[in-house]
Ligand binder design. Structure first.
Ligand code: CMC
Length: 429
């Protein structure tokens, strides 16, 4: 279908632009010929109305609170699947058969170890370096280790890269954690499943026995599933944009990790805990909610609001239930921070400001409370998000590289700087 659009400000100007329908979601207007037709750009800071690509991976209906991975509702995957099966689904587009799943698990297991030279990189970091700084640095360095499998046009090379990075992220994250504690690095154990191995690398020490708690495994696997992908979010778009130049995939993923770190994105899970600590007590909630509403105050309720969801974030509801379960199983159901979070949620959900702006708890509101109960330091929360999202980044990078329409990402701008002027010698300024 094609429509004619009248351009305001110029009664003569109009443009004939085609539009396309996807399988779900709003239609898109193809503005690619607009500049050639009318010498104008579109203007959409923050990309709130821009579809940057075609994608078959994840669908979100923000009004209804729906999230689908390859068509499957995230609630069904959370209830029935495992993180590693979800990785296969996101990467290959279909749920695996039993044989495919077992082969995939084996492929991932063969890549869990880190090159010892890479391990030494951690010694270059100060003990109090933020783990996101270490993880993004070490992932970026991977491009210096695997030259022989880095031809991005070679499908097998891309596949090996995908398996390698999904397998190694927990190992790299655990190494960052151990470095910050000054504890010895714990090597991966390939007899364990993905989440059990992750917990073992984080929490076991050579001097003691470490028993992997099944509730911790269940909670971690669930959190990994729920964070695995979220269509064209900030870090995924960063990976696509960096990767669009043809850079090696490790560098593109390192760029994604850096973007995820920000408090408006994946850094929010750490920021929620800081905020709950600041609020401290239920009697202070009103004061902090007032601060969040005050336009002259930069304080925002962390873990609230979302660019796409204008309804409950389906992931937040599942995580809140898991939070109850984990705390009850650990005998910590009177955790004051959880009680504070529940109360804050109730106050905000009834507040006119939050109701009118349709600000609901997002995925990051309760995840930190689970991580904390399991023994993770707040600075590791966003690293856990990065581990989970790696498969999403990789799936989108693969989709982009194999898309025949893909070009280097290169936005334009509305220039508001000085008009052309002549250079003035320093003595005359
Ligand atoms: N507390 C108070 N006011 C808020 C909040 C909040 N958490 N979020 C949005 N608003 C207000 C905002 O001030 C604005 O008001 P107005 O229209 O009067 O200017 C309105 O709601 C719309 O907000 P926005 O910033 O224009 O919306 P956005 O789509 O650009 O930002 C967001 C989305 C997630 C960055 C934002 O809601 C936010 O900063 N939330 C807190 C941080 C957070 O929890 N981030 C995690 C997001 S989910 C996981 C992920 O993406 O990694």
């Amino acid at each position: 279908m094609s429509n004619t659009y009248k351009l305001s400000g110029n009664s003569e100007a109009s443009a004939e632009l085609p539009s396309y329908s996807g399988t779900l979601g709003p239609d898109v207007v193809d503005v690619r010929s607009l500049y050639a037709q009318q010498d104008v750009f579109t203007f959409d800071p923050g990309f709130a109305s821009t579809a940057s690509c075609k994608s078959e991976i994840t669908f979100i209906d923000g009004k209804e609170g729906v999230l689908l991975y390859r068509g499957y509702p995230v609630e069904q995957l959370a209830n029935n699947s495992t993180y590693i099966e979800v990785c296969y689904l996101l990467l290959y587009g279909e749920l695996p058969t039993a044989t495919q799943l077992s082969n995939f698990e084996n492929d991932i297991r063969t890549h869990t170890m880190m090159n010892e030279t890479m391990l030494r990189l951690f010694n270059g970091f100060h003990h109090d370096a933020h783990p996101m700084a270490m993880v993004s640095g070490v992932v970026g360095s991977m491009s210096a280790f695997y030259h022989e499998t880095m031809d991005i046009q070679n499908p097998r090379h891309r596949e090996i890269f995908s398996h390698r990075i999904i397998a190694k992220l927990p190992t790299i994250a655990a190494a960052a954690y151990k470095h910050s504690l000054g504890q010895p690095f714990v090597y991966p154990r390939n007899d364990l499943d993905y989440s059990s191995n992750l917990l073992n690398m984080f929490f076991s020490v050579p001097a003691d026995d470490y028993e992997i708690d099944p509730i911790a495994v269940e909670a971690i696997d669930l959190l990994l599933i729920l964070h695995a992908d979220h269509e064209q979010n900030c870090s995924t778009s960063t990976v696509r944009l960096a990767g669009s130049s043809g850079t090696n995939p490790y560098s593109a993923i390192a760029a994604g990790i850096a973007a995820l770190w920000g408090p408006a994105h994946g850094g929010a899970n750490e920021a929620v805990l800081t905020m709950l600590g600041q609020i401290g007590n239920a009697k202070n909630i009103t004061e902090y909610v007032a601060k969040a509403k005050d336009k002259n105050d930069s304080f925002r309720l962390m873990g609230f609001g979302h660019r796409v969801y204008k309804n409950f974030d389906p992931r937040a509801t599942i995580i809140r239930d898991m939070c109850h379960k984990v705390l009850a199983k650990l005998g910590r159901d009177d955790d004051p921070l959880f009680e504070l979070a529940l109360e804050l949620e109730q106050v905000a959900l009834k507040d006119d400001y939050f109701v009118e702006k349709r600000l609901y708890p997002n995925v990051d509101f309760y995840s930190g409370i689970i991580y904390r109960a399991l023994g993770f330091q707040p600075s590791m929360f966003t690293v856990m998000f990065a581990i989970a999202r790696t498969v999403g980044w990789v799936s989108h990078w693969q989709e982009m590289i194999t898309d025949p329409e893909h070009r280097i990402g290169r936005p334009r701008q509305l220039y508001t700087g000085p008009k052309t002027r002549d250079y003035v010698d320093v003595a005359k300024r």
